[in-house]
Design a protein around this ligand. Structure first.
Ligand SMILES: [Zn+2]
Length: 215
């Protein structure tokens, strides 16, 4: 559909939810997420899994997904066309952070500065390279797809460290496998709660508040 864009589709041949897993949202994030996204071979029992390892095929400079102009950037336009074409029920949006940007991502000011809640680490007892942060949809997705992604864990934004460690990789695999192997948003949410109850509770409360805000 778009020249040079790699889209991998894994269908169960049965009805069910569409899960979209995307990386390389902007800048050079692809370099961090490709190690995982190039390797996974989903085998869902129902529905399908769409994997797009690199949205930013143009290689253009960084435009934040929080920025209203993201959707006009080459990467943003590619991403929007994927959302419109595949109409996913569940999205995993994979980003990479560095040690310097960590503080801003988890700061409670983020809702005022960027219009989205702070991200929550699944585990905060680990060194920064092994932490994975999670949150909900970015503003343009929330505004554009008003009826979708209301349920917690239907849209999972993840931030992994650009030089992530073994423990982070384990957590990331657990999350991605939960999304691939569960057959509803509720099931995914329950699965993630089994291992990360406190963190999921906190993120769920922040999401509810975010979704109830006027645009
Ligand atoms: Zn990013």
């Amino acid at each position: 559909m778009i020249r040079g864009l790699k889209v991998k589709e894994y269908s169960s041949g049965r009805a069910g939810i569409t899960r979209l897993i995307v990386g390389g949202m902007h800048g050079r994030e692809y370099e961090a997420s490709r190690k995982i996204l190039d390797k996974i071979k989903p085998n869902p029992s129902e529905g399908r899994v769409i994997v797009v390892p690199n949205i930013n095929i143009s290689g253009r400079r960084y435009v934040s997904t929080m920025n209203a102009n993201y959707i006009k950037s080459p990467a943003g336009r590619v991403y929007l066309s994927i959302l419109e074409r595949y109409k996913p029920d569940v999205v995993v949006e994979l980003h990479a952070f560095n040690s310097k940007s960590y503080k801003n991502l988890v700061s409670s000011d983020r809702i005022y500065k960027k219009g989205v809640p702070r991200l929550i680490p699944y585990r905060s007892d680990l060194p920064i390279e092994d932490r994975i942060l999670h949150g909900g949809p970015p503003p343009f997705v929330k505004d554009r797809f008003k009826e979708k992604f209301k349920e917690h864990a239907s849209y999972i934004t993840l931030e992994i460290h650009e030089k992530y460690g073994k423990e982070a990789e384990r957590t990331l695999r657990f999350i991605i496998n939960s999304v691939i192997n569960c057959n509803s948003v509720k099931e995914i949410r329950e699965k993630l709660r089994e291992r990360h109850r406190e963190s999921m509770g906190e993120a769920g409360r922040l999401l509810l508040d975010y979704l109830s805000r006027a645009d």
